[in-house]
Ligand binder design. Structure first.
Ligand SMILES: [Fe+2]
Length: 150
């Protein structure tokens, strides 16, 4: 019975990872202007990370006796790079929250805990990275507006 709750939650995670595949791929496709040079690759890299996590979670769900979902949630997209970075931070923060909950459900299963902790670590790195990117962007735009008004 406890397994059912865990499998259901892992399926919510899988949906989130499939959302990441689509959301980051879309961000990579539509980014234009000079920042395309940097962010098209960055976002495709994040889409691939989500796909890697989806593979791990999908295989684990089957190992636990469940059936993986093949659906995703709505994606968030924008032509404004700053907004895309905010969506990305939100996405990664939600992933951290979801893996932390999975870890609570996995308590007592050491191997599963280690498996989930590895992925959680990737998600936290995502949060850290987007937090820093957003900090730089706001500093740069603050500097720009200061320059314009001064
Ligand atoms: Fe992920």
């Amino acid at each position: 019975m406890a397994n059912q709750e865990l499998i259901a939650h892992l399926n919510e995670i899988l949906k989130h990872e499939w959302t990441g595949v689509a959301q980051y791929s879309q961000a990579s496709f539509i980014v234009e202007g000079v920042w395309r040079e940097v962010y098209a690759d960055k976002f495709i890299g994040d889409a691939k990370e989500s796909f890697g996590h989806a593979q791990l979670i999908g295989n684990k769900i089957v190992a636990l006796g469940g059936v993986p979902v093949a659906t995703r949630n709505e994606i968030k997209q924008s032509r404004d790079l700053f907004e895309v970075l905010q969506f990305s931070l939100e996405f990664e923060a939600k992933a951290v929250e979801m893996y932390e909950k999975a870890l609570e459900l996995a308590e007592g299963n050491r191997a599963l805990v280690v498996f989930l902790e590895d992925i959680l670590n990737d998600e936290q790195e995502g949060v850290d990275e987007y937090t820093k990117l957003l900090r730089d962007t706001s500093t740069a735009s603050a500097a720009n507006s200061a320059r314009k008004s001064g």
